[in-house]
Design a protein around this ligand. Structure first.
Ligand code: NAD
Ligand code: UGA
Length: 464
């Protein structure tokens, strides 16, 4: 039975996942460790508003379990030594150098974890891949762990995470399924069953799927590819809607009622963002290419190309509509996070749309209810398109949406935060320069109401 868990990586997955395990399994001690000292300090902060991750419901379960059976620390070695089971939940970004640059997953953090475990472990452990990894990564981890010569036995499991940000706690409390892949040997099956027991503390057994390691690793990449593909598919149709007078929300509803298609993940947008869809599909494309499967690789790459096109065409539509120039014009950006209910901005479409507008010398006033100015500047600086001083000169970040929209030529809605729908849009209209434009990249505002106020409205996927 697993009584002590170590989770390496206190990020968007490690933090919430371990908080839920600690909450549901009071008999298990859970140590979440990270190299990032500030992150650990934030997880331990008395002030729950300072938790490093904003996620509805997270602060309640952290405060309920923290320092009872849930601990956040930078002492990685101690946590490894104490644990029966170690979740590896570190980041696996796209490689930015060397072979596979721009496509393959960078596994250096995974390898470092495996080496550290190999170095300090003195008793048998179950090692659980929680991070999203290329198929057959377990083989590499196993090679590192099984050649230590210190007599310690390691069983490697794949247990990918399917939570979505913004709904992480609900997703963890009530997942569609939990996937556990392991070796088909006596020891492998024992390890799978031990991890199954952990999840069985709150989930019915039929929701816990057991597979071989490779199926589990590949299922995670496949799930993300299928989800992203739906967004690119509906976004492709949104462009056609705009040219034909069809309305993408009506099309989504019409096709989503077909039980074979289903209604979820059919919202047209300014493009999907987030830390995983793009990285995981690029990784899938790279894996397919490395097996010489060019047709498979090209098929999935198109999902990314469509997404890039959607972001670019949204930005160029703003420029075109504002009389082919935005130079010196003020544009309000509402929303910077890659989706609502999170403070995560990784790969957010807002970054790319803003960058295109800044290239055209627009002046941006930006508001997001959960994203801080420093993060917005970092995101833009990371692109390296212009100097950080230029970014500082061209953008202003405000805490108030009405101030943000005041005296601007146009408002661009880039995240679907619920609060945007409740604004006094008449008040906003009155404070803007005329003609006042709205570019709704999430199709969340009521076009007729806005037009009645006097706005000129572009809403993604809405035909004329
Ligand atoms: P993250 O960047 O938020 O967190 C990763 C953490 O690991 C960081 O805090 C980093 O400091 C720490 N870390 C890296 N190397 C370390 C080491 N050697 N020792 C200790 N700590 C180390 O990343 P994330 O969003 O939590 O994603 C983690 C993994 O989970 C990725 O593979 C991702 O693809 C996958 N995933 C993410 C999500 C999501 O919604 N974010 C969902 C499902 C799966
Ligand atoms: C996604 C998956 O949904 C999770 O199952 C997976 O665990 C996770 O990736 C991961 O591996 O990291 P996440 O990226 O957090 O979760 O959020 P999603 O809800 O999937 O949204 C991703 C992007 O697609 C967002 O920018 C969102 O706005 C966009 N989207 C989503 C649309 O444009 N339209 C939709 O209908 C749905």
């Amino acid at each position: 039975m697993i009584k002590n868990i170590c989770c390496i990586g206190a990020g968007y997955v490690g933090g919430p996942t371990m908080a839920v395990i600690a909450n549901k399994c009071p008999h298990i001690k859970v140590n979440v460790v990270d190299l990032n000292k500030q992150r650990i300090l934030d997880w331990n902060d008395e002030d729950l508003d300072k938790l490093p991750i904003y996620e509805p419901g997270l602060s309640t379960i952290v405060s309920r379990n923290r320092n009872k059976n849930l601990f956040f620390s930078t002492d990685v070695d101690k946590a490894i030594q104490e644990a029966d089971a170690i979740f590896i939940s570190v980041n696996t970004p796209t490689k930015t150098y060397g072979v596979g640059k721009g496509m393959a997953a960078d596994l250096k953090y995974i390898e470092l974890c495996a080496r550290q475990i190999a170095k300090v472990a003195t008793s048998d452990k179950i090692i659980i891949e929680k991070s999203t990894l290329p198929v057959r990564t377990a083989e590499a981890i196993s090679n590192i762990l099984k050649n230590t010569g210190n007599g310690v036995n390691f069983q490697i499991l794949s247990n990918p995470e399917f939570l979505a940000e913004g709904t992480a706690i609900d997703d963890l409390f009530n997942p569609d399924r939990v996937l556990i892949g392991g070796e088909d040997t006596i020891k492998g099956r024992e390890a799978i069953n031990k991890l199954t027991e952990v999840y069985a503390n709150w989930l019915p057994r039929e929701k816990i799927l057991q597979t071989n390691v490779w199926s589990s690793e590949l299922s995670k990449l496949t799930a993300n590819a299928f989800l992203a593909q739906r967004v690119s598919s509906i976004n492709a149709m949104s462009e056609l809607c705009e040219h034909t007078g069809a309305d993408i929300s009506e099309v989504s509803k019409a096709i989503g009622t077909d039980s074979r298609i289903g209604s979820k993940f059919l919202k047209a947008s300014v493009g999907f963002g987030g830390s995983c869809f793009q990285k995981d599909i690029l990784n899938l494309v790279y894996i397919a290419k490395s097996y010489g499967l060019d047709a498979v690789a090209d098929y999935w790459e198109q999902v990314i190309l469509m997404n890039d096109h959607q972001k670019r065409r949204f930005a160029s539509n703003i420029v075109k509509t504002l009389f082919n120039t935005v130079s010196g014009k003020k544009i309000a950006i509402l929303g910077w996070a890659f989706k609502k209910d999170t403070n995560d901005t990784r790969e957010s479409s807002a970054i790319y749309v803003a960058d295109e507008l800044l290239n055209e010398r627009a002046e941006l006033k930006i508001y997001d209810p959960k994203v801080k100015e420093s993060k917005i500047l970092n995101d833009l600086n990371y692109l390296n398109t212009r100097s950080s001083q230029d970014n500082i000169n061209l953008i202003t970040t405000l805490n108030d949406p009405y101030e943000t929209c005041k005296a601007t030529h146009a408002v661009a809605v880039l995240t679907e935060w619920d609060e945007f729908k409740a604004y006094d849009w008449k008040k906003i209209y009155d404070s803007m320069l005329k003609p006042a434009f709205i570019f709704d990249g999430r199709s969340i505002l009521n076009v007729q109401v806005l037009e009645k106020i006097g706005f000129k409205v572009y809403s993604i996927g809405k035909g004329n």
